[in-house]
Design a protein around this ligand. Sequence first.
Ligand code: NAD
Length: 285
Amino acid sequence: MSPVPDTAVPSTTLNNGTAIPQLGFGVYQIEPAQTVEAVSKALEVGYRHIDTAQMYQNEAEVGEAVETFGRAEVFITSKLNNSFHEPDAARREFDETLRKLRTDSIDLFLIHWPLPTLYDGDYVSTWKVLGEFLADGRAKAVGVSNFQVPHLERLAAETDLVPAVNQIEVHPYLTNDAVREYGSAHGIVTEAWSPIAQGQVLGDPVITEIATGLSKSPAQVVLRWHVQRGDVIFPKSTTPARIQENFEIFDFELDGDAMKALSALDKGAEGRTGPDPDTFDYVPG
Ligand code: NAD
């Protein structure tokens, strides 16, 4: 293992008292055959937080790379697939997640999508099952993903368990502030997925001009904007130079004007690159 640089990645404390590194590495759309190499590269660069999901079909490869590096040093998140919302399926597939990740306990486990148009709209039963994993210690923290404010309000009304995080789409074209504000008012940390909108924001002239002025890349400027807003991020790349570049965001700061300029790029719902959580109903076969 090569020496780990002084990363200075800050941690965010979740509502159960555990700490999550604010910058992690996402593995969505990384082919299983590429995953061990990509995750190993990220760990070598200094990332200590990996975001995977049952849906990504690369948990086993994440588990292999993390085991080789040292499980105790790495924060791992996974997510329940849309096919497994019924309680018995959720229990069975959570066991599978632990087996594939080669671990007795996961740091964070999420409901991937609320699927309000499926399962009779019952994501509450699914949420209670995640509470079982928390209670028996096999999940150190549990949370949700793609939950809108009414979905979060329903969990609050019908259960005593507050999600540790809500992982939602956030980037300069979709600042998603109403959901973020609900989270910060209720002790739910926002995790921003597709933090650079899968590359779509990187050519924006507002962003490229700020980047040029700071001698940083557009991706670094956007990732830094997220960090200063307080969200947790995990950009994805399989290119070693970009994995390194996306990690080098703690040696500069955006001033108030730059922060405002990026936030002003918000296009509301039109800025989404991914599906609308209110209607998304994809269930893998
Ligand atoms: P992202 O915003 O991280 O963009 C990734 C893409 O941007 C890469 O494929 C690459 O083409 C490009 N890129 C990366 N670094 C770059 C750089 N420095 N310069 C130029 N281009 C660069 O998109 P993402 O992968 O969709 O999101 C990140 C992570 O968020 C995922 O891997 C996954 O872990 C998570 N995620 C979660 C959900 C969810 O529903 N919960 C949905 C999507 C993504």
